[in-house]
Design a protein around this ligand. Structure first.
Ligand code: UD1
Length: 442
């Protein structure tokens, strides 16, 4: 029987030093970018999360050869014989990042056939910004229900203005622009650290890219790009999760590889709560020593360098246990407060109204049966489980598996009692669905 639950016991005072995985949100787009090249590339620091496995399947279905040394985190990708332009709809529906192959396919073959992308249900998540810019580049798009065929004879450069700095749209258009003759300006572009990592690998491939104020990426098209070796940046979202694990359990966690610059506002908010943050020389290496009396802080999510939407849910858990009242506003996605209901099951005092949540800190959370509603919600609930009295049993753990590679193992090495269990194992511990809901429901 496969593992179906993540079971978490109260685990106070987590302590230790942890190495980070490569960033999920960087590696997915970087894998897609290899379509622009012909040859053998090697990526290192590649996390073995389910989304990476899906992207491997996607690239294989297009004709690329991939070899993943999971334990070494090395991914070899040979795009020499990549020849198909049609993406399997089953894969597209599992992961929103599949849309990121559209730009590279158009640039290399002048054609891309895709289906509407899936992913976390955190909002409508349209792809209109991607499509509007592709159309301006001369791409003709035929939409038939959920299926879309995009074709271009001669892709055009120009000045493309995003009405919002969408990460995915910036990455997609940027990749297409690298092989587009002439100079393309991407105005109001997203400049998240993952976009900068994409720019770093594209530059190694031979692309000519520069960044100008205000938030403009300028791309001078080249005729070919070469295969490369590239080390994926450390995952700032895994780093955030681990720092919050120290914060909610009253411990001290050191992340020698974390880049402080990639999470400035988040770190400021943790300091404002009363936690001690130490940053290494040149901004590399972050340690959090928890205060025993954290105070509540309010924040609003925003594109980088603002407070990251992907840390909103995990940070909410910390507010549930802080002294005072916090107001959290989710300004990037319109449906990203689904974890509120689950945290309430654990005793959190939260009032949600649209995209705003008002949290009154409580002394204790209590273990409960909870459902992960998206990747970052799964992290918020696991953190709550570490701090909560009793046992927390989380279901829908595919979200956790999509976003994190072995985070539960890392937490265990820090002293956490957290493990995967199947239904039989839960019953053996008296934590099966029926017993658990009787004993633990609030
Ligand atoms: C990426 C990240 C995701 C993160 C998000 C914001 C990956 C694989 N995922 O997602 O973890 O939460 O950035 O930092 O890198 N929008 C439109 N039309 C579009 C595109 C976006 O309306 O064509 C809206 C979205 O619905 C959302 C907002 O713009 O409300 C931001 O989305 P975007 O920055 O594009 O996020 P993703 O690239 O999907």
């Amino acid at each position: 029987m496969s593992t179906t639950h993540l079971v978490i016991e109260q685990s106070l005072n987590l302590n230790g030093r942890v190495m980070l995985n490569g960033a999920k949100n960087a590696v997915l787009v970087i894998m897609a970018s290899l379509i622009l090249t012909r040859g053998k590339s090697t990526l290192t620091n590649v996390p073995c999360s389910d989304d990476v496995i899906q992207m491997i399947a996607l690239l294989r279905s297009l004709g690329a050869e991939l070899f993943f040394l999971k334990d070494e985190h090395i991914l070899q990708v040979d795009t020499t014989h990549l020849a198909h332009c049609k993406v399997n709809p089953e894969i597209m529906k599992k992961m929103r990042a599949s849309i990121l192959v559209m730009g590279p396919l158009l640039a290399r073959f002048g054609r891309a056939e895709i289906a509407a992308p899936g992913g976390c249900v955190i909002g409508a998540r349209p792809i209109d910004y991607h499509l509007k810019s592709f159309k301006k580049m001369g791409v003709v798009i035929d939409e038939q229900g959920d299926y879309l065929t995009a074709v271009v004879q001669r892709i055009k450069s120009g000045r493309l203005v995003f009405e919002y700095p969408s990460v995915g749209a910036t990455e997609n258009i940027l990749m297409a622009a690298t092989l587009t003759p002439g100079v393309t300006h991407l105005v109001n572009a997203a400049l998240e650290p993952e976009v900068l990592d994409l720019i770093a690998i594209l530059t190694k491939m031979g692309a000519r890219i520069s960044i100008h104020a205000p938030a403009t990426i300028v791309v001078e098209g080249v005729s070919t790009l070469r295969a490369v070796e590239h080390d994926i940046i450390p995952d700032r979202l895994e780093a955030g999760a681990l720092l919050l694990a120290a914060a909610v359990t009253g411990g001290t966690i050191e992340l020698p590889q974390a880049h402080a610059y990639s999470m400035d506002v988040f770190l400021c908010k943790l300091e404002e709560m009363g936690h001690t943050i130490q940053i290494g020389e040149d901004g590399y290496g972050v340690t959090l020593k928890a205060t025993p009396e954290p105070c509540a802080v309010s924040f609003k999510t925003a594109p980088y360098p603002g407070f990251p939407t992907d840390l909103q849910a995990p940070m909410m858990t910390a507010q549930c246990l802080a002294q005072g009242t916090s107001i959290i506003e989710e300004a990037v996605f319109e449906n990203r407060l689904l974890h509120v209901r689950e945290l309430q099951k654990m005793g959190a005092q939260i009032k949600a109204d649209g995209v705003k949540a008002t949290i009154t800190g409580v002394e204790h959370l209590y273990g409960a049966g909870v459902i992960a509603t998206d990747i970052r919600a799964s992290c918020a609930l696991a953190l709550a489980g570490l701090a909560a009295k009793g046992t927390t049993v989380m279901t829908a753990i595919h979200h956790w598996m999509r976003g994190y590679d072995g985070l539960e193992k890392k937490l265990s090495t820090l002293g956490a009692h957290i493990s995967f269990m199947n239904e039989l194992e839960l019953h053996a511990l008296g934590l099966g669905r029926t017993e658990f809901s009787k004993e633990q429901s609030l």
